[in-house]
Design a protein around this ligand. Sequence first.
Ligand code: ADP
Length: 243
Amino acid sequence: MTEAVRLDAVSKVYGRGRSAVAALREVSIAIPRGTFTAVMGPSGSGKSTFLHCAAGLDVPSSGSVRLGGTDLAGMDENALTELRRRRVGFVFQAFNLVSALTVTENITLPLMLAGTRVDRGWLREVVHRVGLDGRTGHRPAELSGGQQQRVAIARALVTRPEVVFGDEPTGALDTMTARDVLTLLREVVSGLGQTVVMVTHDPVAASSADTVLFLADGRIVDAMAAPTAERVAGRMTGLGAWN
Ligand code: ADP
């Protein structure tokens, strides 16, 4: 099994009748394990819907999603919740940390919710990798935005998920801090073999990925390997993204 996530002819329609919106149209893609993928496209092209369907947060109207070989079709809400807790990690723009909990408590929260034992060695390794040694007793308000996002990344890694999904993970950070967080995500892929799939509107962020998928009008219209910020920006201009 070398695919972390696979979509086959995934379509998603919101609403019905004359107000129906096709957010995804027969999207098929296989994302190999241990790779960093960025998803770009104009506003309304289906990026969030793609991420939500791939992560089991939303159910496609048709087609199939497989996560590490497990078909999500037919899973009920309890099974999907379980899958999201144990096999998927999430990093959001807004960090989504619990303010009353320490760094360590925030990081281990998914394990608590899943009723899984904390592997202390792995926790130490994750804390070290994200650069939070010496900060584990702090609360989110005592940390910078970049440090808070590092906590969120550690929380996403602690369950050893099949995929970490990022929804504009650098969207709330200044340029320098964003670059550090992208470097960290790059290391998580290259050093730990983690699979990362990230939606972004930033060509610089996308250029950290191995591959950039371009969505337009609910379809994957292009894939770019070894992206540079300039080539990504050029492709986005071609899709009318900045109009
Ligand atoms: P992006 O993330 O690229 O901006 P989205 O996946 O959010 O695109 O949306 C794709 C299309 O689906 C848009 O036309 C959007 O208005 C529509 N859409 C998204 N979510 C919903 C929803 N819950 N109900 C109705 N339409 C939606």
